[in-house]
Write a new protein. Sequence first.
Length: 701
Amino acid sequence: MSKESLFESLNPQQREALLYTEGPLLILACAGSGKTKVIAHKYAHLVKSRKCSPNSILALTFTNKAANEMKNRISSLSARDVENAWIGTFHSQCNRLLRREIRPLGYRPDFSIYDEDDQHTLIRHILREFRFHEALFKGVAARIGSLKSSLIGPDEFLSTGDGFGFDEKLAKVYMRYQDDLKRCNALDFDDLIGLTVALFEKYPEVLGKYKGIFSYILIDEFQDTNRAQYRLLKLLGCGGNISVVGDDDQSIYRFRGADVNNVFRFEEDFPGTKIIRLEQNYRSTQNILNVASAVISRNPMRKPKKPWSGREGGDRVYHCWLSNENEEARHVAKSIKELYLKGAYEFKDFAVLYRVNVQSRAVEEALRDEGIPYHIVGGISFYQRKEIKDIVAYMRLVMNQSDNVSLRRIINCPPRGIGAATVSKVENEAKKKALSLFEVIKSTVKTGSVTSGVKERLEGFVKLVDRLASGKYRTVADMIQDILEVSGYRETIDEDRMQNISELIASSAETDIKDFVDRVSLFTSLDDSGSGESAVTLMTLHSAKGLEFPVVFIIGIEEGVLPYFKAMDSADEINEERRLFYVGMTRAKDVLWLTGAGKRRLYAKFQDQEASRFLADIPRQYCEWIEKIRVSTVPPPVRPRTDSKRPFFPYVAGCRVRHPKWGVGVVRDCYGDGDEQKVMVNFPSIGIKKLVLRFANLEKI
DNA sequence: AAAACTCCTCTTTTT
DNA sequence: GAGGAGTTTT
């Protein structure tokens, strides 16, 4: 492709973004403004104009899907092989770098990568050993994860503790977790970023090497970076050879550590930053854009921007209030059918978006009743399935025999008579001698300090692993087949599970075994290839980011659902809910429906629902109200309620209370309502207690 | 080691 | 109201 045609399809701002290569550049890209296109074109331009040699541009995204899309675009623009280019997700490229450079940090290059599940297993194990709130493992993991994504180590965290015991214990768990990972020669997702940063900070010569390799840096979805990722960019991009593209209005992953403030910090940290705004929206009609803009403009702390659409007018945004969630779902299904029968749209042109996955149920039912094909995006990932994780654990243990988490997973799977008692014996031994579990097992087999039965079974296991480790497998398929046969795993699983394993094998093709394990670890969901049949898409608002559909329904726009009730007591979280709504609305090209229900069953109980506060921000002239239930029962879209109707708590997290028996403690959380109101209080003497407010007899101090 | 039972939780989830 | 996980039972 000629240089001219690289520009031809771009508007003036996009062109400017592409040509500005001499200093740090922040591209504020409104929804639907073609940001991915700009990055791909810029990459191609940098190579074409010989400003950068091929493979010297680091281009980072968040998802594998986005990375693949970028690779495809770039290779078709520049007719160049992108196999060895530094294009990929933050995690995959850090992994690539660490496989080469990690030694000085005390890990071996054959390290395992632990996903969230493995992380949970390990933390749970530690909590059990510490006899410390094992049930809270998820919360503890989340806490540790957020510390790690902010590059706060255990020691640093300890020094900021609240002095009430919990955080100190948490710091100990954190420290131990990090030690265990190292002992296992394993990295979790946060380590992939964090250790790359640590490497660069500790070893300037390594940083220098990579600054030499990367002559330019391109970042997509910049608003989703966390502190660690930002630090990485700062280290590598301080020379100013960096362009980042993002939209602060579309930051919806705060709960995962994403920090929108990076967008605001960028200008300060990269002096001389040029800002270019991509404000032309190529997706939605002006009406849809007006509605979305009206809602998002209520958020404080935004980068100012004026999105506009080349598509004047368009349908007004439809809004409809139904009596309950089934009526709502039926309404969605009927509307889809109606539009479909008019012939303007295929089923794949429709999307139904919701805040929480449970909302899909009613919609599924209604679509089935109408005979409308649909598919659901999200849910349990292929790679999270037990049988897949088991097989991968075998592979990991074979490649990294320090991997205790994988060993524990499969030592008795299939059952080979090595029970909990034996394992915990081995664990104690391992702790004493600072060896890995597998090493201890091997020496136990040699010295025979256990009963002959146990010894025999352990020996069988060692032989199994050794056999697999010495196997000269050409392909992933060979290795997995051997694992299935030799371990006896195959006999223990049913048809369905075997089917999944076959799929795993099929997906491996001719991939190198090590690359395959990395890929499996760094993938979350298998590309839903889809059956090819045209079908309505159902998914959460989060999953919808980056996509577009001609007709979009956003359902459950009610207080408690959107914004979700858990987010309602913090202004920051409300703002994020608003952004989520904004992301949803800006997915629509032609038609946007906003619906809600007056009654809804959430979990066990029915609830009366009020219209979402966000609806009150929509100017009436862009909207059309469709009356489905009697006007008297239609709740007008009111301003946000005062707190009077929300469950009221006499305490807030952080305040101190006195308990007649346990003395003074700190409130950590308040939840539930009515007679079920509960508080979680941390008492220094005994730790965390959950108390029913009615009975607790607490005194505020 | 499977089956039965009880208890708990229940937002979103790029890697 | 349902699914997951831990515990107890057989």
